[in-house]
Design a protein around this ligand. Structure first.
Ligand SMILES: Cc1cc2nc3c(=O)[nH]c(=O)nc-3n(C[C@H](O)[C@H](O)[C@H](O)COP(=O)(O)OP(=O)(O)OC[C@H]3O[C@@H](n4cnc5c(N)ncnc54)[C@H](O)[C@@H]3O)c2cc1C
Length: 318
């Protein structure tokens, strides 16, 4: 990686990438390989911080996220024009508000950094239901994505926390994996259509409020959770939950970027946002082609690579 001292902060870099998760790091690799001068900013918190093993990533299945990032940093170290700065950005703005495509400045505690193109890869933040004990289990026994953390619950009873419209689909994803699927309605009314779809799958619904979740182990030693209900309990090998998602950083709002109903930044097929010169990749972005944001390590890397191709080809025309 390049020595930052050789490049004063007032230099206009080819691109500034805010965010060094899989999306930002993959973009940096692609740009480094065409010798684009790139600064990547990393505040040091990542969406998958709560878990100690990531899955569904070829070559890294079951690997600690920190180990994956360390491998990515080693890869990037071979590219002289890529600089990783471990600092948090606190503001972004066009250099000239009348001509945003001319470049952007990103303000950090260590000073400003400016680039001709700005890639936002700051990810999202999960807001969990307030169920006591859930936060402590999230990332291990409790999970949001059956593709990332479903197989690990194989052969055990799995609960879906909340009987929202997502419940029948999640139940369908789990029915080949879990020994039994149960929906914990947590005291809420269940929409008749949801109830019908769950009945059709033979999924039981527990109507009681969930008082708390406690970490425990199943009889065979499998990690598990005890759901203490207002009138009973469930012993579980896994709990699926649907967190509300929020932008992890305020920059989309700061720049006035168009958002989709998901709350994610609207991007086109080439990762371009509604503001010329600003791209977005990873969990924070959402293309019109998908009903929901694609949120996985591999999807974030692919989006980062695409954004980098977009930046590179855009700069070729200057
Ligand atoms: C508990 C949990 C487990 C998961 N497990 C898996 C799994 O097994 N497999 C899988 O494929 N996916 C998994 N995911 C999803 C996966 O973590 C995300 O899809 C992926 O991390 C998205 O990458 P990203 O680059 O968009 O964002 P992130 O990985 O969240 O990275 C965001 C980056 O932006 C930086 N940043 C944010 N704000 C600022 C700022 N102000 N200044 C500078 N930098 C900033 C952060 O420091 C970080 O570098 C899991 C998610 C969760 C919540």
């Amino acid at each position: 990686m390049r020595d930052a001292t050789r490049h004063p902060l007032h230099d206009l870099h080819d691109a500034v990438i805010v965010g060094a998760g899989p999306a930002g790091l993959a973009a940096a690799l692609m740009l480094g390989r065409t010798h684009r001068d790139v600064v990547v900013l990393d505040s040091g918190t990542y969406r998958n911080d709560p878990t100690d093993a990531m899955h569904n990533v070829l070559g890294f299945d079951g690997v600690e996220p920190a180990e994956f990032r360390a491998a990515a940093h080693r890869t990037l170290a071979a590219y002289d024009t890529v600089e990783l700065r471990r600092t948090s950005a606190h503001d972004v703005a066009p250099l000239d508000p009348a001509a945003p495509a001319d470049g952007f400045v990103v303000r950090t505690a260590e000073g400003d950094v400016a680039g001709r193109r700005l890639l936002l890869a700051t990810g999202v933040r999960d807001e969990l239901p307030a169920t006591p004990g859930l936060a402590e289990l999230f990332g291990t026994v409790a999970a949001h994505c059956p593709y990332c953390h479903g197989h690990e619950f194989s052969g055990t009873p799995v609960a879906i926390l909340g009987a929202g419209p997502h419940a029948p689909r999640v139940a369908g994803l789990l029915e080949r994996i879990a020994s039994r699927v149960v929906v914990l309605a947590d005291g809420a009314d269940v929409d008749p259509q949801v109830r019908e779809a769950l009945d059709a799958r033979g999924v039981a619904v527990r109507p009681e409020r969930v008082l708390r979740l406690e970490r425990t182990a199943l009889a065979d030693g499998h990690p598990g959770a005890r759901a203490v209900l207002d009138g009973g309990e469930e012993l579980l090998g896994g709990v699926m939950v649907a967190p509300a998602l929020h932008q992890a950083a305020p920059f989309a709002a700061r720049l006035g970027l168009e958002l989709r109903d998901s709350g994610c930044v609207a991007v086109d097929a080439m990762a371009r946002t509604s503001m010329p010169g600003v791209l977005a990749a990873g969990d924070l972005a959402h293309t019109a082609d998908f009903p929901m944001p694609l949120a996985s390590v591999t999807a974030a890397m692919a989006a980062g690579q695409l954004a980098a191709a977009s930046i590179d080809s855009d700069l070729l025309t200057l």
